[in-house]
Design a protein around this ligand. Structure first.
Ligand SMILES: *Cc1c(COP(=O)(O)O)cnc(C)c1O
Length: 478
């Protein structure tokens, strides 16, 4: 496929930008000497370029997208429409609050409803993603200990079944990470946890359901062990799609939590944003929250900053339009729809698990929450076909591959999360695809090393793409 610069022909153009209707300003010396070298194309060529690119990507509108941990569900279009209302898109963040009461109400109502769903008392909508929420929540824990003069608590306990962002966020905030192993059932090993806690424990970060798709049955015991050691408990709620409306982190003994609006609450993601990772906390942590927060009643909402606030973690009020989508989603589903959505997400995952577990090994797999992990190791042992090969072959069938090689505790892992928005026919089709890939592997495992066979790009050099990305067009080696 040709790049825009390769399609470019001098003099070709399109008229996207209207004529200037404000006085021209002379930038003097700051102005550039020559016009920027931009590709020159007719509108039709530009259109074809992007359509071609579009055909090479895979979104929820193209087909099944069981990317574990990412909750790639279908997001109702009505929420998109609502977030595009001019009253939301045309507002300026520095506008007097009296003229933006509707927007403040959106912030206040969304915080209130997410607090209800999570069992928390106060919430900031500022963090721009899940990992950013983790960073913010850990800052809360740190601020709390320091404010009490408890300066020796510098360790965060993270089970080995946690999402990879958990230990990374703890390090970003300046904590030391203490890893705790999983037990045979895939939950936190309580004895190891008891050994790990001490006077230097600042807190625990728990991903629940964890990356194996398991809800830890000892959750109350876990939070008790941490609290008795003087630490606080952080709940990674990015997997809230599995429990919302059924169980609340606040009731399980957690002091703070983040949720991913771009996973559970109806913002399309996968292209890199924008997201939103609100952080909720119990009353005693509220004074440290980032400001500004919103308080008040209809018609008289105001911003305020908590007394001991850690300061802002992002400009203005977070990714506001993502918040609008979340509120619209919560209001349309309502008190009955929210638990129904999570129940169906869990049902769909268990249906797939049951239908696949006779062919593929599911290491922790009697039952799961919203996702489960299959281990391709036995298939690889017998035929040579790896998790990567199986995932790559799925592309030929128009399915987005599951999350691969994660969690690390399962070596040939494929992490499958179907979500609640898929019909039984789609799940059955996926089972058929998984069965035929299994048969192909048995017939000729070697062949699968070369999959996919129908895609434009088959096996990109992922290490070089990450380490040495080429982000500039090379004009004849200049
Ligand atoms: C996605 C995810 C995160 C990180 O969220 P981002 O928005 O990608 O930063 C953290 N924890 C879990 C369990 C997740 O699934």
């Amino acid at each position: 496929m040709q790049l825009l610069f390769e399609r470019s022909k001098p003099g070709r153009k399109l008229s996207l930008i209207p004529a200037c209707d404000v006085p021209a300003v002379d930038f003097g010396d700051a102005a550039r000497d020559a016009a920027p070298r931009l590709p020159q194309l007719a509108e039709v060529d530009l259109g074809r370029h992007y359509t071609e690119l579009c055909k090479q990507t895979h979104g929820v509108n193209d087909g099944f997208y069981p990317l574990g941990s990412c909750t790639m569900k279908y997001n109702p279009r009505v929420n998109e429409e609502l977030s595009a209302l001019p009253g939301f898109t045309g507002v300026h963040p520095l506008q007097p609050t009296a003229t933006a009461q509707g927007c403040l109400e959106v912030i206040a109502k969304t915080s209130e409803m997410l607090n209800e769903i999570c069992g928390m008392d106060a919430m900031t909508l500022q963090p721009a993603a899940g990992a950013h929420g983790e960073f913010t929540g850990l800052q809360l824990i740190r601020a709390y200990h320091l404010d009490r003069g408890d300066t020796a608590r510098n360790k965060i306990i993270v089970p080995d079944s946690a999402h990879g962002t958990n230990p990374a966020s703890a390090v970003m905030v300046g904590f030391e990470v203490v890893a705790v192993p999983s037990n045979e059932q895939g939950g936190v090993d309580l004895e190891a946890l008891k050994e790990a806690v001490g006077e230097d424990t600042a807190g625990l970060m728990l991903t629940n359901p964890n990356t194996l798709g398991l809800f830890d049955p000892n959750i109350l015991e876990i939070t008790k062990i941490i609290h008795e050691a003087g630490g606080l408990c952080y709940y990674d709620g990015a997997n809230l799609n599995a429990v919302m409306g059924h169980a609340r982190p606040g009731d399980m003994g957690f002091d703070c939590v983040h949720v991913n609006l771009h996973k559970t609450f109806s913002t399309p993601h996968g292209g890199g944003g924008p997201g939103s990772g609100p952080v909720g906390c119990k009353e005693f942590l509220a004074p440290y929250l980032p400001g500004p927060l919103v308080a008040g009643n209809e018609g008289s909402y105001e911003f305020f900053t908590p007394e001991k606030s850690m300061g802002r973690v992002r400009s203005f009020y977070g990714n506001f339009l993502v918040v609008v989508r979340a509120l619209a989603y919560i209001l349309t589903l309502g008190k009955e729809g929210i638990p129904e959505a999570s129940a169906n997400a869990v049902l769909n995952a268990n249906y797939l698990l049951k239908r696949l577990c006779d062919l593929y090994s599911v290491p922790f797999g009697e039952q799961c929450m919203h996702e489960f992990v299959i281990d391709v190791e036995p298939l690889k042992h017998d035929t040579g076909a790896s998790a990567m090969d199986v995932a790559k072959r799925m592309l030929d069938f128009g399915v987005h591959p599951p999350t691969m090689y994660f969690p690390l505790i399962v070596h040939e892992a494929l992490m499958i999360e179907p979500t609640e928005t898929e019909a039984p026919e789609t799940l059955d089709e996926f089972v058929d695809i998984m069965r035929s890939i299994y048969d192909e592997a048995q017939a000729d495992g070697e062949k699968l090393h070369h999959a996919p066979f129908t895609r434009f790009i088959g096996r990109p050099d992922e290490v070089n793409a990450a380490r040495k990305p080429i982000l500039r067009y090379d004009f004849d080696g200049e």
